[in-house]
Design a protein around this ligand. Structure first.
Ligand SMILES: [Zn+2]
Length: 97
């Protein structure tokens, strides 16, 4: 299990000039603070992180609204790398070579 503060890439430790970059949502795994990749962007666009979303799934007792509503969450690059190495994230589909 990933614990708070385990992020190898240290997205929360990134210092950017000016320090006024809006914040994206925090990492859902380690709770690291993530900056927005685009300084004047009002949407969630994590720097050194990924945004995931779902419209819900049949079978979920928590979220399956069938009205276009989405849930979103961010995972920092360090957590995503560790989760993939542990088999908790899978790559699917074809690569574009
Ligand atoms: Zn993280």
């Amino acid at each position: 299990m990933v614990r708070s503060g385990d992020c190898a890439t240290g997205a929360s430790m990134i210092q950017r000039a000016g320090g006024t970059t809006p914040k994206a949502m925090r990492c859902a795994v380690c709770d690291a603070e993530l900056q927005d990749a685009v300084s004047d962007h009002s949407e969630n666009q994590p720097y050194l992180g990924l945004e995931f979303f779902t419209y819900g799934h049949y079978g979920s007792a928590y979220f399956d609204p069938i009205d276009g509503t989405r849930l979103i969450l961010n995972v920092c690059d360090g957590c995503a790398e560790r989760l993939e190495s542990a088999g908790q994230i899978r790559r699917i589909g074809q690569t574009h070579e």
